[in-house]
Design a protein. Structure first.
Length: 135
């Protein structure tokens, strides 16, 4: 993953569940950043844009904005085709000092990176993020 150092933009997501598969070729923004040892990520897992706040947002509107994005940062390690990220900080307190949605299977080819994981967001299946390196 050493050549994966840099900033990566999600350009497509593919979700596979036990009974279906679908691709979103126009996902909401998502950015992964890797240094030699650390990572940071922020992404919007839904296919819909986030609602803009009115002039004086209610508590419910602020909570809805909190609920529809993911943010984690920490350290990572990789072996062969497995990437494991360890949170130092996370938007969700339960994910502090834990794994960040992983482990991921990864495939790095030039300026393209595929990250595949299972778990809660994957609805019993897998989600693959297709990323391109930002220049």
């Amino acid at each position: 993953m050493e050549s994966g150092v840099g900033a990566w933009l999600i350009t497509e997501t593919t979700t596979t569940t036990p009974d279906s598969m679908w691709t979103n070729d126009n996902p909401q923004p998502g950015l992964y950043m890797f240094t030699d040892r650390h990572f940071s990520l922020m992404l919007i897992p839904s296919s819909e844009p986030r609602a803009l706040f009115p002039d004086d947002p209610s508590a419910e509107e602020r909570l809805a904005a909190y609920d529809n994005f993911i943010a984690d940062a920490g350290t990572y390690e990789f072996t062969d085709s497995v990437l494991t990220m360890h949170n130092i900080i996370a938007k969700v307190p339960d994910f502090m000092n834990g794994d960040a949605g992983g482990p991921y299977r990864y495939m790095l080819k030039g300026d393209s990176l595929l990250l595949t994981f299972g778990g809660g967001w994957a609805r019993g299946g897998e989600i693959t993020y297709h990323l391109v390196r930002l220049k």
